[in-house]
Ligand binder design. Structure first.
Ligand code: 6R9
Length: 692
């Protein structure tokens, strides 16, 4: 039985300070839960009409007051009295965004000291799970703070000052959030480079950011594969030196001596004395590294993201605005309950999801988080659920890619493990397809969990559109609503706003505190990429559809649209239709040139291990696309492939698929260093049908 409580409506301001947060699932759940939804999912339900939209309206009409009220829950050394100021129209002057300009605060202080002062020092901040089962440890908020202070001393001893850039090239070990927070503590700017990047990719990012110090470790294992981090870092340092951008100091942590090695490696990292982190700790014992009180608009971090052309873009996020929206969106989207939750964001800290919802969001909310070094497939595909069961995870943040890889395996790999505490499953990164949604909903969540898709970007810092469990019906593909404070719009090909239901390019009309401020060292590219395409709007680069109830479906990058006989089709939409077939694990569709139609869809599909493509399955898939979208969308070719070319963050690299579809064997595939597995390319070619 559901326990229903009735609450009197409270004013917005009063709500922000009440013990049950007004946007918590408890206060918000108003849509009919799925049939046989039990009270495992949320502790309390409130009947009556949903008020998400009402609160949303207040958040956008009174944006300044709204966000300043949220910021009031955080610690500021000085408040300037200023709120959100911005200009999105480059024709009217410089594009800029500021929040609480002139105020003074520190994000690391808010993540650590603020919680410790309020009595949470002994609470576990991170439960770490190693690559090999059994390697595990925990760290409390007080212990985390001590480690951060120690790390900050070492950085200071290497001459790092406020405003200096520190590159962090580390796997998913507790030292990574420690290093991020240590930078934040002393006002240095961290630039985390994903541990799967090659030496060239690392060097490119270190050079571009002008990093003074590079922090790495000896090595780590991803499943059974040994990743020689120090060796890669050394190669990168050499590249930087040759390019006359020398790194002043390298610090190397010894991680391998603390973990179980799943395979033998004869490799021993070469760590010079001056690079040895433990020696550096000893040398820095007497260094003073107090909290540096920084300006609201001082940069907190740089994070590189790929550009559609040219070099990677160094997205810059600043202090007060990012902190406020990270804190708030974590709280609202995940119904953060400092006392009850064990939360697990599966994203690597090398990506924005790991920054905002793996480090800053959960710590600002005093949550206990799982930090996982390994991969969902090792030692087998039950690993995720074994960890969920072991730590009684209540909120999980994952990606459609991870879900699709897991759902290709027997259900027992999930159902053998305890998921009784799990109540919210967030997803991010790509459009959520109905099959993956259904699997999460039925197999993982047993119809008792809210499945909350979240759409956002490295540049946006925090959520833009979410399927908030209180306001979006729990049905497959039900679309997302704008997050509080976010005003999306759809523009047609002439840049005119689409009114009511329709589709177009997704842009954002008003600023929000947590958005990017510039591209590191390239303000011009920042304006040209995000504001010049549609003056007065932030351009997301994605297309979306909107229904009469204001639900949005992000259909994919606008560059992924194809024009078949004058009809605009979304690759994502065709992919969803193909992947609806139970024999399919994943589908990727690209446009390929056609003499008569202009372009036609060409599909690549993967299937569960051991399964083969048959003419019947192919026929079924074509029928589904025809039925769901129309004959125009039926792919000309459906090619089976054992794997898809993906970046290490799980994004399909369509540019490679386009070359295969076009049959351009000798074509330049561009940068393939970001691929998780480049052997996929040869497989794509070997499975290309003769008649394609
Ligand atoms: C957070 C993150 C951003 C791009 C974005 C869009 C795609 C992310 C999505 C989604 C559909 C979702 N994307 N979330 N598309 N539905 N829920 O992923 O940042 O790595 O910068 O990627 O990812 O195309 O523009 P980032």
């Amino acid at each position: 039985m559901l326990r229903c409580l009735r609450v009197a409506p409270l004013s917005l301001r009063a709500n922000l300070h009440s013990s049950v947060h007004p946007w918590s699932a408890a206060a918000q759940r108003a849509v009919a839960p799925p049939e046989d939804f039990n009270d495992r999912a949320f502790k309390e339900y409130f009947p009556g009409p949903c008020n998400y939209r009402q609160q949303y309206n207040e958040s956008v009409h009174n944006g300044d007051e709204f966000w300043t009220n949220v910021a009031n829950e955080l610690h500021f050394r000085r408040r300037s009295g200023k709120g959100l100021e911005y200009n999105f129209d480059h024709r009217k002057g410089e594009v800029f965004v500021k929040f609480m300009d002139g105020s003074i605060t520190n994000v690391a202080y808010n993540c650590l000291e603020k919680n410790i002062i309020s009595g949470m020092g002994n609470k576990v901040a991170y439960k770490w799970e190693g690559n090999v089962k059994g390697d595990a440890c925990e760290i409390t908020y007080s212990e985390l703070r001590d480690k951060v202070v120690e790390f900050a001393r070492v950085l200071k001893s290497r001459g790092v000052k406020k405003g200096d850039v520190v590159a962090l090239y580390l796997p998913m070990i507790i030292d990574l959030p420690v290093a991020m927070l240590a930078c934040a503590r002393i006002g240095a700017i961290h630039s985390v480079v994903f541990a799967g990047f090659s030496s060239n990719a690392l060097a490119e990012r270190v050079k571009q950011a002008g990093a003074k110090v590079l922090v790495t470790c000896d090595g780590f294992y991803r499943a059974e594969k040994y990743i020689p981090m120090k060796q890669i870092a050394d190669d990168a340092v050499k590249v930087c030196e040759d390019a006359k951008h020398p790194v002043e100091s390298v610090l190397c942590l010894e991680h391998l001596k603390t973990v179980t090695r799943p395979s033998h490696t004869t490799d021993k990292a070469l760590i010079r004395d001056e690079e040895n982190f433990e020696f550096a700790v000893n040398d820095a014992k007497d260094v003073f590294a107090p909290v540096e009180w920084v300006q609201a608009e001082d940069p907190l971090f740089i994070l590189y993201t790929s550009g559609s052309t040219g070099a990677p873009k160094g997205v810059v996020h600043t202090t007060a605005g990012y902190m406020t929206t990270a804190y708030y969106s974590q709280k609202v989207t995940f119904d953060a309950q400092a006392n009850n939750d064990v939360y697990w964001c599966m994203a690597d800290c090398g990506w924005i999801t790991g920054h905002t919802y793996g480090v800053y969001g959960p710590l600002l909310n005093g949550m206990t988080s799982v930090l996982f070094e390994g991969v969902p497939s090792y030692p087998d595909y039950s690993r995720t659920w074994e960890i969920v069961g072991k730590h009684k995870v209540s909120k999980l943040y994952t990606s459609p890619t991870a879900v699709r890889s897991m759902m290709a395996h027997p259900e027992e790999m999930v159902t053998n493990y305890d998921r009784s505490q799990l109540n919210i499953i967030g997803t991010v990164g790509e459009p959520m397809n109905p099959c993956a949604w259904k699997w999460l909903h039925e197999v993982v969540g047993e119809r008792s969990c809210a499945i909350v898709d979240t759409y956002w970007q490295t540049e946006t810092g925090t959520h833009l559109l979410t399927a908030h469990h209180s306001a979006v019906p729990q049905e497959s593909s039900c679309g997302n609503l704008p997050f509080h404070g976010i005003v999306p719009a759809l523009l047609d090909e002439n840049g005119k706003k689409v009114k009511g239901p329709g589709s177009g390019t997704l842009v954002i009309e008003k600023a929000w505190p947590g958005m990017m401020r510039t591209l590191w060292g390239d303000y011009e590219r920042f304006v040209n990429t995000y504001f010049a395409p549609f003056p007065g709007y932030y351009f997301t680069g994605d297309g979306a559809k909107r229904d009469a109830e204001n639900h949005y479906w992000v259909t994919g990058r606008v560059d992924d649209l194809m024009n078949v006989s004058g009809h605009l089709l979304s690759t994502a939409e065709i992919e969803s239709a193909l992947a609806a077939n139970p024999n399919i694990v994943e589908a990727a569709v690209v446009a390929t040139p056609h003499d008569v139609k202009g372009q036609v869809p060409y599909a690549f599909i993967t299937m569960p291990e051991g399964q083969v493509m048959t003419p019947e399955i192919e026929k079924e898939m074509r029928a589904t696309v025809r039925q769901r979208i129309g004959a125009i969308a039926v792919p000309d070719v459906i090619q089976f492939t054992p794997g898809l070319p993906k970046t290490r963050s799980g994004k399909i690299v369509r540019r490679i698929l386009r070359k295969v579809a076009e049959g351009e064997r000798n074509a330049d595939l561009g940068d393939i260093t970001t691929l998780a597995d480049d052997t996929v390319i040869a497989e794509l070619w070997s499975h290309r049908p003769e008649n394609a």
